[in-house]
Design a protein around this ligand. Structure first.
Ligand SMILES: *[C@@H]1O[C@H](CO)[C@@H](O)[C@H](O)[C@H]1NC(C)=O
Ligand SMILES: *[C@@H]1O[C@H](CO)[C@@H](O)[C@H](O)[C@H]1NC(C)=O
Ligand SMILES: *[C@@H]1O[C@H](CO)[C@@H](O)[C@H](O)[C@H]1NC(C)=O
Ligand SMILES: *[C@@H]1O[C@H](CO)[C@@H](O)[C@H](O)[C@H]1NC(C)=O
Ligand SMILES: *[C@@H]1O[C@H](CO)[C@@H](O)[C@H](O)[C@H]1NC(C)=O
Ligand SMILES: *[C@@H]1O[C@H](CO)[C@@H](O)[C@H](O)[C@H]1NC(C)=O
Ligand SMILES: *[C@@H]1O[C@H](CO)[C@@H](O)[C@H](O)[C@H]1NC(C)=O
Length: 764
């Protein structure tokens, strides 16, 4: 538990969940005139901005009285989230009647995995009772409605913010800083995403505001003095021309009291519950479980086959090389290599004759490797469109096109299964959204596009990866559970910081999407590469990919794979040995981004863990590109509720030390080349001896649920292991301060039971 003791001892380090001082945790106080404010533990955090709706070519606002309050009503009920009470204000805006409701929820505690109390939250609902015409704003960056909206003012207590925005799951336009009119800058409009506001002193309270439905048509707008004042609004995106009768757009305001990571996860749990997003597709996705070979931008064989050979022979040579060195790649990602040039868009989704001369099915038969297939956007010349003599309706807009029928996806993907497609990768999602004008003006088309694609994939037993997505696409995937994974950083050109996914992974984790860092090289120098670059941080890329829980894919030249390195990520079958959840940046990293003088790490410090139930929780801490040193308690790592544990560096299992709030971990000298990796194990007592289970220390994740299937602690410690037939596993324990391995050979069935006291293992 993160107790009072931690607060008292480390008040200056500003750690963990603050204790409630008997004040109400969180409230939205609504006045009879429809104004409101947000109070967190007795402090007013936010005050309402005027409510507005744009209708009949005009703005109707409560600021100048043009928005007329008709009546105020109360109602209540119960739904899949829990009990709610609504306070609704009916407005007349020109010829439209629009209801703005404050819906206070008391969620069912079973929704939350963290032992959060059922924290009440607020939903802001805009309901267009008779629809609205001529609503478009003069910029797609604005919104046509503003509810909720808040004044951007200096606050009485210091507040910071984190705003996801832009391409790659909100990675590219990520902003953090201080709340206030001169410092609050975000990527808003079409690029905008969830906004997180947190306090500096208590370091526990976190507000998250985002759309709760109609994700593709909802935006955040940071209004400024040139457009009417410093306000931040949520509403329907600025380009929408009319709103059909009965449309209801909701925005959630969630307040967590256990820090930023945990608030994001709880916020995501509410949204997942609402939209029925299940994790079954993520869990069973082959490509999230096995090692890949990739040809994406940054890969050695992106845009270039082997010298003097075609792509087909290059693929066959890659496969032979992997077999020869014994690296168990289990599928191939075919990227732009498929096309001669993607930039005008895809005409027919197949490779031109010169690429795979015998056809993709022949190649699939030959390699027996499933395919992860890439697709950018459709050309106006696409042969599938009725306008070009094809069978399916498309919208054609300039050089690009957008399919309008689910049948199209069902047929396209059914055909692709014949050549081994397992996962469909949709790239350029943001570009497509902003290029097809109808996606910006029609309130329903964006959702229709993505749900049709998702249904087509689901019917064919396929899953989807999103790439170059905006936050709205990712939020939309709450309704499309076959979207299992998404890129969370820019492309992996060698020697770039594409590995810095700790903050974007929080957003992915909260939605239940596996974050993908892109493929990487396993040796530094790969002569003849198209980038004229080398990769000095091969190990860092490998550990980040493995801790992400997303795909792990290598993209080396033939002859350039470091088997020792890549085998740290997987078992002998190529099964990824990953933790229970993605590694994410610790809260104090984000606070340090917001306040440069905050005592958080000046660099990347992330944490994750493997959870085997009960007290069997094994932590992993990664620090890299860290200036100076940083001291962290288990609370700060997000390990509230973990048992009494010890920590040791990955490269020295004998160097154990307690990890408790009074005995924190100090990290220093953590660079990109020599990053710091620590493992955390519960302290066990077996026959009077202090024992730590340290696990398989030649892997990045020594205690992975993909390897360890059961842990039984009594007079002995018995561990059930799984893996490839006859695979050897070197499994470490620390007994009374001294570490040593038990070597275990799995049986023909790929199973074994290991006994700590006997120091032996029985394979089955
Ligand atoms: C919107 O326009 C349609 C078609 O002209 C009309 O039938 C409808 O009444 C209008 N709605 C409102 C709210 O003005
Ligand atoms: C856009 O609309 C707003 C509000 O209606 C107005 O204040 C602003 O001047 C307009 N901007 C332009 C460039 O027309
Ligand atoms: C104000 O907002 C407009 C529209 O979003 C933007 O173009 C402009 O750069 C902003 N101005 C400032 C000073 O931030
Ligand atoms: C690939 O294998 C399947 C199943 O054996 C077979 O039906 C198909 O004809 C093969 N395709 C090619 C192009 O060789
Ligand atoms: C479509 O084809 C025409 C005729 O070949 C060509 O001029 C045009 O550039 C193509 N459009 C795109 C987007 O590739
Ligand atoms: C490749 O990089 C090296 C060192 O950065 C540089 O000297 C050389 O000119 C580059 N070669 C090309 C073809 O760009
Ligand atoms: C391969 O990786 C291992 C483990 O990280 C490392 O010790 C070794 O130096 C690497 N070898 C090469 C050639 O990069």
């Amino acid at each position: 538990m993160c107790s009072m003791a931690c607060i008292h001892l480390f008040l200056t380090l500003l750690l963990c969940a603050a204790v409630s001082e008997g004040k109400q945790e969180f409230a939205v106080n609504v006045n009879s005139d429809g104004t409101y404010n947000v109070v967190v533990q007795g402090d007013v955090w936010l005050k309402s901005a005027p409510t507005f709706f744009r209708v009949d070519g005009q703005v109707f606002s409560s600021a100048d009285g043009s928005l007329k309050l008709v009546k105020n009503t109360q109602s209540s009920g119960v739904d899949v989230i829990g009990q709610w009470e609504a306070n609704s204000f009916l407005y007349q805006a020109g010829s439209s009647q629009i209801e703005a409701s404050f819906v206070q929820y008391t969620p069912d505690p079973s929704i939350f995995t963290y032992n959060n109390p059922a924290i009440p939250f607020m939903l802001f609902k805009q309901r267009y009772i008779n629809g609205a015409n001529n609503t478009a704003s003069n910029s797609t960056a604005f919104t046509i409605s503003g509810f909720p909206g808040f004044l951007i003012q200096e606050s009485t207590i210091p507040l910071g913010y984190l705003s996801y925005g832009g391409l790659m799951f909100g990675f590219k336009g990520l902003m953090a800083g201080q709340w206030g009119p001169s410092s609050f800058k975000i990527n808003d409009g079409i690029e905008g995403g969830p906004l997180t506001i947190f306090d500096r002193v208590k370091t526990a309270n976190t507000l998250i505001i985002s759309p709760a439905n109609r994700f593709m048509s909802s935006s955040i707008w940071r209004q400024n003095s040139s457009t009417g004042g410093d306000n931040v609004y949520w509403g329907t995106m600025g380009g929408v021309e009319d709103v059909p009768v009965g449309v209801e757009s909701s925005f959630i305001l969630f307040c967590g009291n256990q820090g930023i990571n945990k608030a994001m996860v709880s916020w995501g749990q509410i949204l997942k519950q609402w939209h029925g997003r299940t994790e079954q597709y993520v869990k069973s996705d082959f490509t999230l479980n096995y090692l890949a070979y990739g040809t994406d931008n940054g890969a050695y064989y992106c845009y270039r086959p082997e010298e003097g050979k075609n792509y087909q022979d290059t693929v066959l040579d890659i496969k032979s090389y992997m077999v020869q060195i014994g690296v168990p790649i289990r599928y191939m990602q075919y990227d732009v290599t498929w096309y001669t040039d993607v930039h005008p868009g895809v005409v027919t989704w197949s490779s031109p004759p010169g690429i795979f001369p015998n056809g993709p099915q022949w190649l699939y038969n030959k390699t027996e490797l499933p395919v992860f297939g890439y697709n950018p956007f459709w050309s106006s010349n696409t042969t599938y469109a009725t306008a070009n003599g094809g069978k399916y309706e498309f919208v054609i807009d300039g050089p690009k096109a957008l399919p309008l029928e689910e049948r199209f996806w069902t047929d396209l993907l059914a055909e692709a299964r014949e050549w081994g497609l397992f996962v469909y990768e949709q790239d350029y999602l943001g570009t497509e959204f902003e290029a097809i004008n109808k996606l910006l003006t029609d309130i329903d088309l964006g959702r229709q596009w993505l749900t049709q694609m998702g249904n087509g994939a689901a019917k064919n037993g396929l899953t989807i990866q999103y790439c170059m997505s905006l936050p709205r696409h990712m939020l939309q995937s709450l309704e499309i559970p076959v979207v299992t994974q998404a890129r969370v950083s820019h492309d992996n050109r060698p020697n770039t910081d594409n590995w810095k996914i700790g903050v974007s992974s929080i957003f992915a984790l909260s939605l239940g999407i596996a974050p993908y860092k892109d493929n990487f090289w396993t040796t530094s120098v790969q002569p003849g590469n198209g980038y004229n670059l080398s990769e000095p941080h091969t190990s860092l890329n490998a550990v980040v990919a493995t801790l992400s829980t997303g795909p792990v894919g290598i993209s080396d030249m033939i002859g350039g794979t470091n088997k020792t390195l890549i085998m740290k990520s997987v078992n002998a079958d190529g099964l990824i040995l990953k933790p229970s959840r993605p590694a994410t940046a610790i809260d104090n990293r984000i606070r340090r981004m917001a306040w440069s003088d905050f005592e958080g790490p000046d660099g990347e410090v992330w944490s994750t863990y493997s959870d085997f139930g009960g007290d069997n929780k094994y932590g992993i801490i990664l620090a890299a590109d860290l200036q100076g040193s940083y001291t962290m308690t288990p609370c700060m790592a997000g390990y509230q509720g973990f048992p009494n544990s010890m920590v040791f560096p990955a490269n020295n299992p004998n160097k154990i030390q307690p990890l408790t709030d009074p005995q924190p971990l100090t990290m220093s000298g953590c660079t990109m080349t020599d990053f710091c990796l620590f493992y955390v194990s519960p302290v066990l007592t077996v026959n009077g001896e202090q024992v730590l289970i340290q696990g398989e220390l030649d892997k990045w994740v020594p205690m992975s649920p993909q390897r360890v299937t059961d842990i039984n602690i009594a007079d002995d410690i018995t561990i059930s292991l799984t893996g490839a037939a006859h695979e050897t596993v070197s499994f470490w324990f620390n007994a009374d301060g001294k570490s040593s391995p038990v070597t275990c050979t799995l049986g023909a069935g790929g199973l074994a039971t290991l006994s700590f006291t006997a120091g032996s293992c029985r394979g089955v």
